[in-house]
Design a protein around this ligand. Structure first.
Ligand code: NAD
Length: 254
């Protein structure tokens, strides 16, 4: 499974220009897949990372478009599927926290409509929109979908009430989409704890140490660890669908 040859397979990864998304693009492409890297249109990392991976000899193309907006999400998927010549694998990974520091649950005054709208549109509704737009191509290829949820979607506090709710929504939507796209397409999710990506890079050392203290495996989860699980759920795992798999080094069972 580890070194499965994915030559001839086609993949789309949203939020693919950094962190978990970039590690997933890289892993799929290094195994031979042609990969469309979705990124925000104005994010310079998109162009940079596509150029860097192409220079490595990998078959990676850009798929710019904001997945939180219906029209751009649909247009992005349509073009990516056309450019790739079909679609075997979809990773719905784009996400935001909408806040630099965590908002304690009791601090209701810091949670406004704007934060709700932004987090639901980007973290949850985008997953439905992108999957719906890609569903025809995925069914044709008998492909698979993996969504990036979070341990906060399974009861942990997370960075804010709307963030946790958006990720709980992803867990629920994963089951619903598994029913909707069966039997041809499998749909699963990964639920990372704290991962060492640009997302967490500026977090205070104490917050990172607290995660390490709770971890059973005693090292930070790396983007490549999550990419490996996403790749397994996309390309192997033939009898797994509708599931959300926690990847947190045992943090939530310690
Ligand atoms: P990241 O910030 O490095 O990557 C997220 C990417 O999504 C960025 O490149 C960003 O520009 C892109 N993005 C944001 N909004 C977008 C939009 N509307 N359209 C297209 N792209 C958009 O962070 P990451 O840690 O790699 O996060 C990836 C996913 O993992 C997110 O869904 C996040 O909620 C989830 N997650 C992360 C952690 C963690 O600790 N890092 C933990 C649990 C879950």
């Amino acid at each position: 499974m580890q070194n499965q040859d994915l030559t001839g397979r086609r993949a789309l990864v949203t939020g693919g220009a950094s962190g978990i998304g970039l590690a997933t693009v890289t892993m799929l492409a290094r195994r031979g897949a042609k990969v469309a890297m979705n990124h925000l249109e104005d994010d310079p990392a998109g162009k940079e990372q596509v150029g860097r991976l192409k220079a490595e000899g990998l078959d990676v193309i850009a798929a710019p478009g904001d997945v939180s907006i219906l029209e751009t999400a649909e247009r992005m998927v349509e073009k990516a599927v056309a450019d790739l010549g079909g679609l075997d694998y979809l990773a719905n990974n784009a996400g935001i926290s909408g806040t630099k520091d965590p908002i304690p649950p009791a601090d209701l005054d810091r949670i406004g409509e704007e934060l709700w709208q932004a987090l639901l549109a980007t973290n949850l509704v985008s997953v439905f929109r992108v999957s719906k737009a890609a569903s025809g191509a995925l069914k044709e290829a008998e492909g698979a979908v993996v969504n990036t949820a979070s341990t906060s979607g399974l009861g942990l506090q997370g960075s804010s009430i709307p963030y946790a709710a958006s990720k709980s929504g992803v867990v629920s939507l994963t089951r619903s989409l598994a029913r909707a796209l069966a039997p041809k397409v499998r749909v699963n999710a990964v639920a990372p704890g704290q991962v060492a990506t640009p997302w967490t890079a500026d977090w205070p050392a104490e917050r990172k140490q607290a995660a390490l203290d709770k971890s059973l495996i005693k090292r930070h989860v790396q983007p490549e660890d999550v990419a490996e699980l996403i790749t397994f759920l996309l390309t192997g795992a033939k009898m797994i669908t509708g599931q959300t798999i926690v990847i947190d080094g045992g943090m939530t069972v310690s």
